[in-house]
Write a protein that binds this ligand. Structure first.
Ligand code: MF3
Ligand code: CO
Ligand code: CO
Length: 267
């Protein structure tokens, strides 16, 4: 597979898909509270995507090589779960932190975004991890412009994360996105400035750092999907889909109730 560059029609399609992903997270945010199960969130998500948005849940039956088909419409990764947690019948409880990762397909275009939710009151350490990971994502996003290097994004995220005593998961990365869910290039969340491929206007990529409170090592559970920290430390992730523009970036997965954009990212 190669990098795809979106023309004005592709950009228009990606803007719509991105906004729908953001709006789906806005909707789910209303329901994340102690006692709800992740299967209930999954059902709400798929119903909203298909019936309200007239779109498709991309994760459902997604089967990249080496994986069994993903069985649900969203990923819900709780506490020490890093990513790709599979919704189940266990209720969320006070003190949990949960990443909800959604990807919608609208008119063939993909919009991919995730947020952390804090269930009831959570520990200071958990809150700090969620908010530093949010800032790390934005430290990466602001590197995006025509001509920037992929290594610039990774470096910005890694130096910020490690400077705050957090570790960066290496096994999973951001990605090109468009008519396919996962396109080239890989967008690493660690690296060195001025290295790897250069961004070009018209590319659409995701930036989705996974940061751990403890060591960076992860392992896959027996379900073939769920990734957890080896040391069982807390993990957090945020994700936006971003368009590379001639002068900078446009975040495509913003919506009415997206969390505030950090001051350093405002033009
Ligand atoms: N949404 C994830 C990402 O950000 C991918 C999930 S793949 C699934 O790339 F099959 F687990 F849904
Ligand atoms: Co993604
Ligand atoms: Co995602």
């Amino acid at each position: 597979m190669t990098i795809t560059y979106k023309d004005s029609e592709g950009i228009a399609g990606m803007r719509v898909a991105g906004r729908l992903a953001g709006e789906l997270l806005d909707y789910l945010a209303l329901h994340v509270k102690p006692g709800i199960t992740t299967n209930e969130l999954d059902r709400l998500a798929d119903d909203y995507t298909t019936r309200v948005q007239g779109a498709i849940s991309a994760p459902l039956n997604y089967a990249p090589s080496g994986h069994n088909p993903y069985p649900k419409a969203i990923c819900t990764s709780i506490n020490q779960q890093v990513c790709h947690g599979i919704p189940n019948d266990k209720p969320l409880k006070k003190g949990d932190i949960v990443n909800v990762d959604v990807t919608v397909i609208k008119d063939g275009w993909h919009g991919d975004s995730s947020r952390m939710f804090m269930v009831g009151e959570v520990s200071v350490a958990a809150r700090r991890l969620c908010s530093l990971t949010y800032e790390a994502m934005w430290r990466g996003i602001v590197q995006v412009r025509d001509g920037a290097y992929l290594g610039d994004i990774g470096h910005a995220i890694q130096t910020f994360a490690e400077g705050h005593g957090l570790s960066v998961v290496r096994e999973f990365c951001g990605h090109g996105i468009g008519r396919d869910f996962h396109e080239e290039p890989q967008v690493l969340h660690y690296g060195k400035p001025g290295t790897l491929d250069r961004l070009k206007a018209g590319m659409t990529i995701t930036i989705e750092p996974m940061l751990n409170a403890g060591r960076r090592d992860v392992k896959e559970l027996g379900d073939g999907w769920t990734i957890v920290t080896k040391d069982r430390s807390l993990s957090a992730q945020w994700e936006h889909t971003v368009l590379v523009t001639p002068t900078g970036y446009e975040v495509l997965t913003l919506s009415a109730n997206s969390p505030p954009i950090p001051a350093f990212a405002k033009s």
